[in-house]
Design a protein around this ligand. Sequence first.
Ligand SMILES: CCCCCCCC/C=C\CCCCCCCCCCCCCC(=O)SCCNC(=O)CCNC(=O)[C@H](O)C(C)(C)COP(=O)(O)OP(=O)(O)OC[C@H]1O[C@@H](n2cnc3c(N)ncnc32)[C@H](O)[C@@H]1OP(=O)(O)O
Ligand SMILES: Cc1cc2nc3c(=O)[nH]c(=O)nc-3n(C[C@H](O)[C@H](O)[C@H](O)COP(=O)(O)OP(=O)(O)OC[C@H]3O[C@@H](n4cnc5c(N)ncnc54)[C@H](O)[C@@H]3O)c2cc1C
Length: 679
Amino acid sequence: MKQDETMKVKRYDDTNVNPDFVAERKKCTFNIELLTNIIDGSSYLTETRRQAQLAVLNNESFSNLPDRYYASRDEAYAQNIRKSAAYIKLLKEDKSISRAESYFMQCLIFPNEVPPFSLHTTMFTPTFESMADEEQKKLWMPRIENYEILGTYIQTEMGHGTNVRGLETTATFDPSTDEFIIHSPTLTSIKWWPGGLGKTCNCAIVMASLITNGRNEGIHPFIVQLRDFETHEPLKGGLTIGDIGTKLGFHGMDNGFVKFDQFRIPRRNMLMKSAKVTRDGTYQKEKKLEKLKYGSMVFVRAMLVFNQAGQGLAQAVTIAARYSCVRRQSEYAPGQEEPHIIEYQAQQHILFTELAASYIFYIAGNKLRELYFTMNYDIQKGDLSDLPELHALSAGLKALTLDEAVVGIERCRLICGGHGYSAASGIPKIYTEVVAACTYEGVHPVLYLQTARYLLKVYQAALLSSSASSLPDNQSSKYIFRHLHSERPRFHFPLSFVEIVEAFERRALMCIEKASKKLDGLLATGRPHHEAWNYSACYLIRAAKAHSHVYLTSSVHEQLETVRQEDAGVYTVLGQLFELYALKSIVDHAVEFIESCGITTDQINICIERIEALLLNIRPNVLPLVDAFDFPDRLLGSALGCYDGNVYQRLYEYALNSPLNKSTVNVAYFVYYIAINIS
Ligand SMILES: CCCCCCCC/C=C\CCCCCCCCCCCCCC(=O)SCCNC(=O)CCNC(=O)[C@H](O)C(C)(C)COP(=O)(O)OP(=O)(O)OC[C@H]1O[C@@H](n2cnc3c(N)ncnc32)[C@H](O)[C@@H]1OP(=O)(O)O
Ligand SMILES: Cc1cc2nc3c(=O)[nH]c(=O)nc-3n(C[C@H](O)[C@H](O)[C@H](O)COP(=O)(O)OP(=O)(O)OC[C@H]3O[C@@H](n4cnc5c(N)ncnc54)[C@H](O)[C@@H]3O)c2cc1C
């Protein structure tokens, strides 16, 4: 990114800070900057992020006016298009902007928003790059990279989302014209939900059943132009397109529908890297590359762990923590000043356990992102051996971290009392964005079952192997094999960090064994496989969750081992958060740990006592721990969570700006009430 010499806006206003915050920040026992580097991934990424954020704050085209919480849907969409236009212009003009810089800029330009063009970068382009052949890339990529083509990803239909093989849209090859005919044969086959489809995008990858020579060859991707490149009108020839209407959140996003009525596209618009239809209609495929078509789903699922679960929860925690250090309530000691609500143990238990979870998701999410890019490098070159592990991990972690994050965000809102319910707190917006991610890219029961399907295969292979070296070289195979072929360790309380990871692994292995036994038991009674699988679902989902917890604890433990060499202060606070998250999970799933690790209820009680001690340990650092996330105020968009802690002034300003306050007597009240009931 080109450096801007005129950068003048500071990311924080550190004048006029609430004195309570000044006192809190003085209690800090560790190097905040070092922890920020860990959260970002490196000091280089911290610096990159800050520069990118400054560039956004200095650019008036990216302001959020009119106020984002008062905007109607039309206004919210228009604001997003205005900012998108400026952002895309910038990306086109400054080719030195890196992928990381553009990512950081986008997060701040569209705070807690998925903007209308985002499907272009997250799904349309990656799917095209992965599924198009070289000639197709040469033809299309320049216009895609130049944003002349703005694409979305069209898979889901009104009647089918999860069951991709059950999609009804057809792409029938017509050899007489060398074209595919895209068609929606029923009401339920209307494509429904794609982001940016309603009003914004001019092209799409459409997933449809390929039919040639009378045979249905299954779901394949096609690139389809939807709108005229000049007038932006939907193309003629069989398209009905629109916006699907208001949703729980995503107000600035035009999720859309499209009905195809015998709409024709050239044969070469089928993406032909792993399968093709020749001029005479012959279908050919490379079986080994078949699963590449699922690739963009794996990508987004892997990114959602740090981007939505980690960042979303961390933002809610930051808001709740800062507010808790300002808000005073109730008489604690008779006759004395009301304490800050942060001093109540009940508040600490919720706030600090969510703080711990946000650190775990952020750090594990960063590691998953790195793992994705490492593994995907080989996958794109045609070596798909890591794909099952990556698919299982990204599916399970997307589900588990988002499940826990949305509950955590709501708990943060609740511990802010009444002001948490105001849009001004910023938490409702965070919630509606993050909870959407629990649905898109796959609903969670379905994703857990995908993870479990893989785990049972790994388990069977580990059972039959006498040496780990004969198994695939990945984390799942390693820990499952190791614990399957070794004695259960004796656990000592309080648990060491190494023992914590071991305990999570033993628990996961037990859950996998139980799921396997359950399935085998049902099969042994003569039930068909699909039925036995369905009635093992509760066991299978427990196994997938337990396995995902193994990744969370082991990857953060790995991070801790590195930090230990570097800085004692950061190691101590990060260790406290790790222990708190792990112990809370053990207590929440006590039955599974008692059974799998041979521990007692008394030892669970030791964990409960230890959690209370950790709350006291964490208390002095609470504000520095959320400061370390380094969220600019604009990103949080919160009167309660600003860096300077001037909560009440901002709440008052927010209310004064309410459109309802533009007049002293509202016209509706005058017309409908006074006119009818008082005159
Ligand atoms: C800090 C530095 C920054 C650096 C820069 C970072 C860059 C970051 C960039 C971006 C950040 C992005 C942040 C994200 C922002 C979010 C924006 C997103 C906006 C919204 C997008 C929403 C898009 C959508 O929702 S698209 C629709 C998604 N739909 C689904 O997910 C449907 C779910 N259903 C399915 O996945 C499948 O149909 C199914 C798997 C459930 C069932 O299918 P099936 O019946 O055919 O499968 P089987 O069960 O029979 O399995 C067959 C076989 O295939 C394997 N399989 C299945 N899925 C996959 C897969 N995805 N990958 C690989 N393999 C898969 C399965 O395991 C089976 O294998 P076997 O070997 O066992 O046979
Ligand atoms: C905000 C948002 C943005 C989206 N963006 C896009 C997009 O850009 N492009 C796109 O193509 N799609 C998009 N989608 C669609 C999304 O991917 C689907 O909604 C999602 O995959 C779920 O499919 P469905 O809605 O058909 O639910 P269904 O598949 O009907 O599932 C409903 C419920 O049934 C249960 N269930 C279903 N199948 C099973 C099973 N096999 N086992 C156990 N339980 C099951 C689950 O509890 C599930 O929650 C978006 C959705 C949302 C909410």
